[in-house]
Write a protein that binds this ligand. Structure first.
Ligand code: HSE
Length: 439
């Protein structure tokens, strides 16, 4: 088996994950060869800055500043795209596909926004585009859903799919550190995106949720339909009140089959503290999936970093090499379902989504105020689960009041919040955080 000619691979991008991929391929060469049936060798890598010290031996690898050198090299069978971002990654990947190369990518933005186009091009050319590393770094979540859960009807999935956001919320909870300081540390540690707005405003999580939902439900990639809310408005007070009520705030991506439509949403969420998801801390990722046959399954691990992400890239390389000789029709479809069988199910508008809620408001501490607020809830048929009124601060006329509600459609909650904010006895805006129990 080892005598077969190695499969040649070209790397687009020689940053953290590119370096990790070279290291893992070299260190585990024998095991990888035994698994794939052929040795896998990186023979060329394209990097923007040729003089940058890489801290790893690059012997046997031609380094070029021109990506087309490897995309046009007839000896290279697989192109690994680790540039990130939409362009020039999209153009280069399409060019590699047109040249008959298989592609492995860690690029979540590319797949979430242009995946439909990329997969169609790949299908027409009979090549594979593998993207395990695009979602949750080292957790084999794409393979788990696409193959391991193929017997199930997926009911919902919910995940901590951005490590930076989870790190920030964890540090705020454990150490009482403020949002800005923790974000700067995440950037220094190197797991935040180049533009950290992508992490804290939920865009990175929305990219990943788009991909997970497509393979879970057999729908096209629809990034523009994901409701996206970040964590930049979460305060220390909300984290503390949630704890006092038995919950923890997590930034979740949630996709749910709601019968008449699919829900696609990323937002901060109160989760019961006893839930495993609530105990995923720091930079770690986890995805909880409910299948009708298997019940709930949980996938946990490192969602970023050189070798965890390289672990997914190399697994994809092994998959591609194993199928080099199979007919394109006999490969696992890119989006889990056969391309002609993808469904056009409606994505629910956010105001039609039903969740429970945590609400925090500031009201004058006098008789009748609570009655005014609860009347509004009653009028809109919103049922209250719990109320927490905090001690007044001396000299401060307003006290924080926290409500937990039962499940209600977002449009009813929007109407209630509008009416509560219009009350003279309530000052400022009402803070609203959705709550899910995953019971
Ligand atoms: N910025 C991402 C995160 C890296 O924090 O999860 C992996 O996609």
């Amino acid at each position: 088996m080892q005598d077969l000619i190695p499969v040649q691979v070209g790397l687009l991008g020689l940053g953290t994950v590119g370096g990790g991929t070279i290291q893992v391929l070299r260190r585990n060469r024998d095991e990888i060869t035994r698994r794939a049936g052929r040795a896998i060798e990186v023979t060329c890598a394209a990097a923007r800055d040729l003089d940058k010290p890489r801290g790893l031996p690059l012997d046997g690898i031609a380094i070029t500043s021109d990506p087309l050198t490897l995309i046009n090299d007839p000896e290279i069978r697989i192109v690994v795209e680790l540039i990130g971002g939409v362009e020039p990654a999209r153009t280069l990947v399409l060019k590699a596909i047109a040249n008959g190369k298989h592609v492995v990518t860690a690029n979540k933005a590319l797949i979430a926004i242009h995946g439909n186009e990329v997969f169609q091009a790949a299908q027409e050319r009979g090549v594979m585009v593998a993207f395990e590393a695009a979602v949750c770094g080292g957790i084999p979540i794409i393979k788990a859903i696409r193959e391991g859960l193929a017997g199930n009807r997926i009911e919902w999935l919910a995940g901590i799919i951005n490590g930076t956001g989870n790190f920030i919320l964890t540090e705020m909870l454990d150490k009482g550190r403020d949002f800005e300081t923790v974000l700067r540390e995440a950037q220094r540690l190197g797991f935040a995106e180049a533009d950290p707005v992508f992490d804290v405003e939920g865009i990175d999580a929305a990219h990943k949720l788009t991909i997970l939902a497509a393979i879970a439900f057999g729908i096209p990639l629809q990034f523009d339909k994901v409701y996206t809310e970040g964590i930049s408005q979460i305060t220390q007070a909300d984290i503390d009140y949630a704890e006092q009520l038995g919950y923890r705030i997590k930034h979740l991506g949630i996709a749910r089959d709601a019968g008449d439509a699919i829900e696609l949403r990323v937002h901060p969420t109160l989760v019961p503290r006893r839930q495993l998801l609530a105990n995923v801390m720091g930079v770690m990722n986890a995805v909880l999936i409910k299948g009708d046959a298997v019940g709930q399954t949980l996938y946990y691990g490192a969602g970023a970093g050189a070798e965890p992400t390289a672990s997914a890239v190399v697994a994809d390389l092994v998959d591609v090499v194993r199928t080099l000789t199979s007919d394109p029709e006999n490969r696992v479809p890119h989006l889990a379902f056969q391309p002609a069988a993808l469904s056009n199910r409606r994505v629910a508008p956010m105001d039609a989504v039903a969740t429970a809620y945590y609400l925090r408001m500031h009201a004058v501490d006098q008789p009748g105020v609570l009655a005014d607020i609860t009347r509004i809830f009653g009028d809109l048929r919103i049922s209250i689960e719990a109320i927490l009124q905090k001690e007044p601060v001396p000299g401060e006329p307003h006290v924080p009041i926290i409500f937990l509600t039962h499940r209600v459609r977002e449009r009813s909650m929007n109407a209630a919040i509008e009416r509560i904010e219009a009350l003279e006895s309530v000052t400022g805006r009402v803070t609203r955080i959705r709550l899910e129990t995953f019971a």
